[in-house]
Each structure stands twice: as structure tokens, then as C-alpha cells.
Design a protein around this ligand. Structure first.
Ligand SMILES: NC(=O)c1ccc[n+]([C@@H]2O[C@H](COP(=O)([O-])OP(=O)(O)OC[C@H]3O[C@@H](n4cnc5c(N)ncnc54)[C@H](O)[C@@H]3O)[C@@H](O)[C@H]2O)c1
Ligand SMILES: O=C(O)C(=O)C[C@@H](O)[C@H](O)[C@H](O)COP(=O)(O)O
Ligand SMILES: [Zn+2]
Length: 364
């Protein structure tokens, strides 16, 4: 018996209603044909990466054998999120004569989702997009909400747009092949949801001692709760003019950490976890949260990564990156800071650069 549940997500954007279904279930990827019937006469480009394709591409092509299917495999990893990679995919679309009625399916993690979404948003000023996230992080975060984009000059997501998918298909079975490190990376964004919106979520994470112990019931609960939190925020502030900024907690510093060693040292979730620790430290130092709550956040971050020592030069690189954050206003760094259990605020007051650098210390 294939379990299928549907959460209906309705986003009202500029008086246009974007409503898209998020399908969550098991054993879906082998029956994708049932989810994309309306595209059976359209050209479809599946974008995936070099790891995911080895495991899943044959099954997907088999299930879609009666469709006009093409595929493009990008090298796995953050450095595929580039304008150069987007250009290569545009060439593929032009060579195969894709038109505005065509469809791009993103089948992979957040890197695939962001670059595929960026290409779908920009090729012919927009063609259809379906997100099929295959990492915990992309299933709880990147596959919904419409942020798409690429890195440029070693700056995270500095080129991009907001572009909603036509549907999101989440097959929890694809998480069975995910590495422990990438599973932990996804947990970081769930910890984020706990700190910004639902403190009870953190108890579920505290109780996870061994990642392989996470059964599918817990995973589905974490995914559904995460998506509900993100959906409710994106619905009221799709273009991140206000409230949606809270989804960026941990990212002001996290993106700077992630850019180290040309995005090779840290996974996104690891960098965001360290960013959440630093930003919680700043909050504690400003007297916004108790030392006990700060210590609890530190305990959770340590579940994701222990690597938190930066050289003086790395701290300078991180600081320069923070100054380019997209939330900043009039050259003032804007942080999202915890103010109580499960609650954060958009903090626009100037924060002493010395305190920000101190928050990067391995002894915090
Ligand atoms: N657009 C958004 O709202 C949003 C939100 C959060 C993160 N992001 C972006 O997402 C990216 C991080 O996403 P990610 O953590 O999914 O990284 P990722 O896409 O690099 O995937 C992580 C690794 O897992 C492999 N993989 C993917 N699915 C697999 C599977 N089912 N089995 C085995 N291996 C698999 C990939 O090949 C890769 O090596 C970052 O670029 C981040 O900026 C975007
Ligand atoms: O959806 C959002 O809004 C987020 O901030 C989600 C983040 O987890 C994600 O990493 C996002 O891509 C970061 O956004 P950016 O605008 O800082 O690039
Ligand atoms: Zn993130």
C-alpha cells in the first residue's frame, strides 16, 4: 500500500494565487508518470547530479518512458550553482528546442533545486518547474518557497529570483541512500525552525542520539512540521520584505562560513548550524536570551558539526561576506536574533564588529 498525503499550499502573490501541491509519501519516484500526466505531450528536462543519477536515473527514465524525456547531469556539489553551469543547461534546452510549454524537473538536493529553478525561471523568461527534492534539507526547506539562484564571485545566492514550482514531490524513500553527514546537514534547518518558530521541535532533535535511529515516522513528522512552518511564513511574505527574513536565522554568518575554501569545507547545514551558534552567542551577549538557552542551542549545533575553529584570515573572509548579505540595509548588517524560546526578531540596530568577530571564536 503506497501512502500518499497531500498538503495544499496556497500563496497569494501580487493578487495572483500560486497554489501548488506538495506530495509526501513513499515509493513515489518509480511511479512519477502518475504525477506529471498533464505534461505527457511536452518536452521534459530532468536536471540531477552525478551522485543522485547513479542511484535513481534509470528508475525514473523507466517510469517516464512514454514521455518526451531529456536529462542533464551536473557535478554534485555547491560549485555547480553557477552562471557557467546555467549557461550549459540553456544550451541543452536550445539544442533540444524546448519551448515555453516545456517542463524542467529538478531531481536532487538543494543545489540541483536552486540551479534548475534558476534556469526554469530565466529560460524564455520562465518555463514550468517541478521540484523533486532528494535530501532531508531540500525536503524540509529548499524545494518550497520559490528562492532559486546561483553563487557568484564566491558569494552565496547573490544572483537569483523568486520562482514557484508547479508542484513538489517528496519521496521519503530517497532519504535511505543519503549520507549521515548530509542527513545531519538537513537537521540544521529543522533546528532553525525550532528556534524561529516551534521550540517543541527541538525536543525531538535532542532525543536523536543516533541518526540511523530516525525512523520514517519521525522523519515524516519533521518534514511535515518544517514545511508547515515555512509555508505559513512564505504565504504572508513571499518576496522577503519582512517576516520571511526569519527563515534566514543562522545564514548571515552561516553563508560567510560556507564560502570558505571555495564552498568545499562545510555543507550548507553545517555552516548554518555554526551561524546559528554565533548569532545565538551575539544574542546572549546582548542580553536577549539566557545563558541556559544559549547552551541548549550550542548542544544542538554540536550534533551537526564539531568543526568550528577559524584562522584570523578566515574570520576576515567571513566578515567581508557578512557585509554583502542581501538582508543588509544602508550598509548596516541585519541579523535575525533569538529573543526567547522559539522566537526571533529582525535586529536592525548596529552590532559592534568586535562582538561579531568574537562570535566566530571556537571557545564560544
Ligand atoms: N532555495 C532555498 O530556499 C534553499 C533553502 C535551503 C538551502 N538551499 C541551498 O541548498 C543547497 C544545500 O542543499 P543540500 O544540502 O540538499 O545539498 P546538495 O544538493 O549538495 O546534496 C548534498 C549531497 O547529497 C547527494 N544526494 C542528494 N540526494 C541524495 C540521495 N537521495 N541519496 C544519496 N545522495 C544524495 C548530492 O549528490 C550531494 O553530494 C545549498 O546550495 C543551499 O544554499 C536553498
Ligand atoms: O526560504 C528562505 O527565505 C530561506 O532563507 C531559507 C534558507 O534556509 C536558504 O538557505 C535560502 O536559500 C537562504 O536565502 P538567501 O536569501 O540568504 O540566499
Ligand atoms: Zn539554508
Amino acid at each position: 500500500m503506497i501512502e500518499r498525503e497531500v498538503i495544499i499550499l496556497k500563496i497569494k502573490v501580487d493578487s495572483q494565487l500560486y497554489k501548488y501541491n506538495i506530495y509526501i509519501g513513499n515509493n513515489i519516484y518509480k511511479t512519477l508518470n502518475a504525477y506529471i500526466k498533464e505534461y505527457n505531450d511536452k518536452k521534459i528536462l530532468i536536471i540531477t547530479d552525478s551522485n543522485v543519477s547513479k542511484i535513481y536515473l534509470d528508475s525514473i527514465l523507466k517510469s517516464l518512458k512514454n514521455f518526451k524525456i531529456y536529462y542533464y547531469i551536473i557535478p554534485a556539489g555547491e560549485n555547480s550553482k553557477s552562471l557557467e553551469m546555467a549557461g550549459r543547461i540553456y544550451n541543452k534546452l536550445l539544442r533540444e528546442k524546448f519551448d515555453r510549454q516545456s517542463l524542467i524537473i529538478s531531481f536532487g538536493g538543494g543545489v540541483v533545486g536552486d540551479i534548475a529553478g534558476f534556469v526554469a525561471a530565466t529560460y524564455m523568461r520562465g518555463i514550468n518547474l517541478i521540484q523533486i527534492p532528494t535530501t532531508l534539507l531540500s525536503q524540509v526547506d529548499s524545494s518550497i518557497g520559490g528562492k532559486v539562484g546561483v553563487n557568484f564571485n564566491n558569494i552565496k545566492n547573490i544572483i537569483g529570483s523568486f520562482y514557484q514550482p508547479k508542484k513538489v514531490i517528496i519521496d521519503i524513500d530517497t532519504l535511505k541512500t543519503l549520507s549521515e553527514r548530509d542527513t545531519k546537514s538537513g537537521l540544521a534547518e529543522i533546528i532553525k525552525y525550532g528556534i524561529i518558530s516551534d521550540y517543541k521541535l527541538l525536543n525531538l532533535i535532542h532525543n536523536i542520539n543516533d541518526i540511523s535511529e530516525m525512523d520514517s515516522k519521525l522523519i515524516k513528522l519533521l518534514i511535515k512540521r518544517s514545511l508547515e512552518i515555512k509555508k505559513d511564513i512564505v504565504k504572508v511574505d513571499t518576496f522577503e520584505k519582512g517576516k520571511r527574513k526569519i527563515l534566514n536565522f543562522g545564514h548571515t554568518i552561516g553563508h560567510g562560513i560556507e564560502s570558505l575554501d571555495n564552498f568545499k569545507r562545510f555543507k550548507h547545514g553545517e555552516a548554518v548550524a555554526l551561524g546559528m551558534l554565533s548569532e545565538a552567542y551575539i544574542s546572549k551577549e546582548l542580553g536577549l536570551i539566557s545563558i541556559e538557552y544559549y547552551k541548549e542551542i550550542k548542544q544542538l549545533v554540536k550534533k551537526i558539526t564539531q568543526d568550528n575553529i577559524f584562522t584570523q584570515q578566515e574570520k576576515e573572509v567571513i566578515m567581508e561576506n557578512i557585509k554583502l548579505d542581501k538582508k543588509n540595509m544602508n550598509e548596516n548588517i541585519v541579523f535575525i536574533l533569538p529573543i526567547s524560546y522559539g522566537k526571533v526578531k529582525i535586529y536592525e540596530d548596529k552590532i559592534n564588529e568586535g562582538l561579531i568577530k568574537k562570535s566566530l571564536g571556537g571557545d564560544i
